[in-house]
Design a protein around this ligand. Sequence first.
Ligand code: HEC
Length: 203
Amino acid sequence: MKKSFYLGALTALLVFLGCQKQESAESRPTPAEAQKVAAIGEAAAGKLKQTLVAELTAAMQSGGTGAAIEVCSKKALQLTESIVDSSENVLEVKRTTFKYRNPQNAPDDWDAQALRVYETAAQKGETLPPSYIQKIKREGETTFRYYQPLLAAGLCLNCHGDKNLLSEEVSAQLATLYPDDKATGYKEGDFRGLIRVSVALEE
Ligand code: HEC
């Protein structure tokens, strides 16, 4: 009896804290804000896609898929950092997904919320929104997040496809570099994850 009372009270408190956090943390951007954030986000996301695919293709052509894994594991995070350096409105660029290969790409609460929007649409077979924007208020500061979906293309399946169909070299490298890899089993056209651009607008 007593125990269930405490449990009930604890649940109520958690629900209350949960709601509070959400309310104070995220609000809708105004149309003017959304427009600015979209322009900044689109430019940064486009640059990341372009450089990553170019680096991947070049590495695969010169050294095969094994060499390309090196590019991905050593350069992907470096590339995202170089995009941040090139724009003062861009705070951070990241790739995120529920099924991550590198734990550094795991989603936080806001990422997870955006990912659920896309996963739900994908499961229902709906067209994915081309972008998604969050306005986040934290410790008196307002920032924005711009997300863009990444789909698995044929090229990607060399390293993210059916585990049984990966080459021996790729399987061996993944096992060494990413023992807890969750990022295989994709088919062409599957929703793979999001590019996230964190943006600050001047007041
Ligand atoms: C040569 C192998 C290879 C190919 C081809 C490849 N990837 Fe990856 N991918 C990786 C590796 C390795 C990582 C982990 C990178 C890191 O450590 O940051 C990764 C990470 C990612 C991530 C970050 C989230 C996570 O799982 O850690 C996304 C998103 C992603 N890949 C999407 C793609 C897409 C889309 C394509 C096709 C355009 C693609 N990849 C092609 C090897 C590859």
